[in-house]
Design a protein around this ligand. Structure first.
Ligand code: FAD
Length: 459
């Protein structure tokens, strides 16, 4: 069996599938699903296998449906900026096809070369531009999906507004393949961003960062497109692994990569370019003592070097393996206190491991990487990090999904009413629990015992 069908980036150890199918059309997907339904066979849906929650990892005996051959860009409406695409196209393929026709597909994330737009939709992926363009949910205008009984639901709307009853999109976006297999999508494109400017900022207090972000939102408006924070410890390790110096004194406690684009937005400071507005806002923040230092990228290569450090997560995960990679969310006001509490508890429980924080502050998203830790340690990290969320109005997953890994903690961020509704929808649409069973929550009757959901990071 080709190992690429067995593991994703979560490190969850899966089982051995009975069959692997790589269909080339929606009809082929539907035919496989109908046969599985008649033979009571469980199905695992696979996209680009970059998921970090184990959702695409098969259980023993599962029929795998891998979408990689359904990767055609079918149509681009150049007038309006709408793309019709098969779900197995990679994010990068979609970005490049849009760019070739004078448009931009705004979703962007480090796994762009491998992850598929179907997987992005199934997990409601976020990434590095949410602050300006929203998540995948905001990028999808319509979907076509195959239901658990093999019915094809085509809802490939290309309209921004369509107030005609239930919207099928929302059954499939973020539901991790548990209610249907996404086969095609209509995607909303945007005009390309203007010239990008990037800055690297350091600060000694985390509390300064929400303050800075609030100011930048007010002064740059829609020009602000990224605000990525990293702990000093993350930057020091990334800089060593990438063999690249940090843009500012690496011993600072907190670093932020900020990006702004174009000056055409009406809300940008009047008459100023995005770079001027960014520079002026950062100069004021320096004068006011909010931040300690800042550096503006002086060239495209310089800007790419900033992003190289921020996107070194695969190298960091490999270096710290086995590592826990968490994807927590909470209001800005809670973030500093949360990280202090969790870091102190983790250092006490696992003094030999590194505990690194980074994230997309504008989207309330904090990533925590802890490693190396043994299997017991992976549970300890989860327990410490998720328990500290209680009472903070947060989420155990801001963008990676629940998958197999996080289902024991779902009740910490979803109310019994919400979980009950999820179960009713699953029961109505897939009563035999054949489609991606054991993701998000277990079937009441049959706990999913066919895939060991222990995280064993291969990285
Ligand atoms: P897979 O891993 O193959 O599958 C993920 C889930 O979706 C599984 O449950 C699977 O069954 C289901 N699924 C896949 N395709 C379909 C389909 N066509 N129909 C129905 N269900 C389907 N995520 C972010 O949100 N933001 C980030 O910034 C980010 N950065 C990352 C950086 C790196 C280096 C890596 C490795 C991952 C990152 N991720 C990030 C996580 C991951 O890339 C995203 O979750 C991505 O959207 C998953 O897409 P995929 O095609 O690889 O899905």
């Amino acid at each position: 069996m080709d190992p690429r069908f067995l593991n994703d980036w979560s490190g969850v150890a899966g089982g051995t599938p009975s069959e692997v199918h790589r269909p080339a059309s929606t009809e082929e997907v539907a035919t496989i699903v109908r046969r599985c339904q008649s033979q009571n066979q469980r199905i695992t849906v696979q996209g680009g296998m970059t998921g970090l929650a184990g959702g695409a990892v098969p259980g023993d005996g599962d029929v795998v449906i891998n979408l990689e051959r359904m990767n055609r860009i079918e149509d681009i409406d150049e007038l309006e900026g709408v793309m019709l695409v098969e779900a197995g196209a990679t994010l990068q393929q979609v970005q490049e096809a849009a760019a070739q026709r004078g448009w931009m597909f705004a979703l962007d994330l480090g796994a762009r070369g491998s992850c598929q737009v179907g997987g992005n939709a199934a997990t409601n992926a976020g990434g590095i531009r949410v602050i300006r363009y929203g998540t995948m949910r905001d990028a999808v205008l319509g979907v076509e999906a195959v239901l658990a009984d093999g019915t094809v639901v085509s809802s490939l709307s290309r309209l921004v507004k369509n107030s005609t009853g239930f919207d099928p999109r929302f059954l499939f976006i973020g539901t991790e393949g548990t209610l249907g297999i996404i086969t095609r999508l209509t995607l909303r494109l945007h005009p390309p961003m203007g010239e990008l400017s990037a800055a690297w900022v350091s600060a000694s207090r985390f509390e300064a960062l929400p303050e800075l972000l609030r100011t930048l939102k007010a002064r740059l408006g829609a020009s602000l497109c990224a605000f990525e924070f990293m702990s000093g410890a993350f930057v020091r390790l990334a800089s060593r692994l990438c063999d690249q110096e940090a843009p500012l004194n690496a011993s600072a406690d907190w670093h932020v990569l900020i990006e702004a684009a174009g000056a055409s937005g009406a809300s940008a400071e009047s008459g100023a370019s995005a770079e001027d507005a960014l520079q002026a806002a950062l100069a004021d923040a320096l004068d006011a003592g909010v931040i300690d230092d800042c550096a503006l990228a002086s060239s495209i290569a310089h800007r790419h070097a900033f992003w190289r450090l921020r996107e070194s997560i695969p190298e960091v995960l490999t270096h710290l393996k086995p590592a826990a990679a968490l994807d927590i969310g909470m209001p800005w006001s809670q973030t500093a206190g949360y990280m202090q509490e969790v870091e102190a508890a983790l250092k006490q429980a696992r003094p030999d491991a590194q505990h690194l924080f980074l994230g997309h502050l504008g989207d309330n998203n904090v990533h925590l990487i802890s490693g190396p830790v043994d299997a017991q340690g992976l549970h300890e990290v989860d327990d410490i990090a998720y328990r500290a969320l209680q009472g903070r109005h947060g989420t155990i997953s801001a963008e990676h999904g629940v998958g197999r890994l996080k289902k024991p903690y779902l009740h910490m961020t979803r109310s019994p009413g919400e979980i009950g509704l999820m179960r009713r929808l699953k029961q109505a649409m897939d009563p035999a629990h054949l489609l991606n069973p054991g993701r998000i929550f277990d079937d009441d009757k049959n706990g999913d015992t066919r895939c060991n959901a222990e995280p064993h990071s291969p990285h």
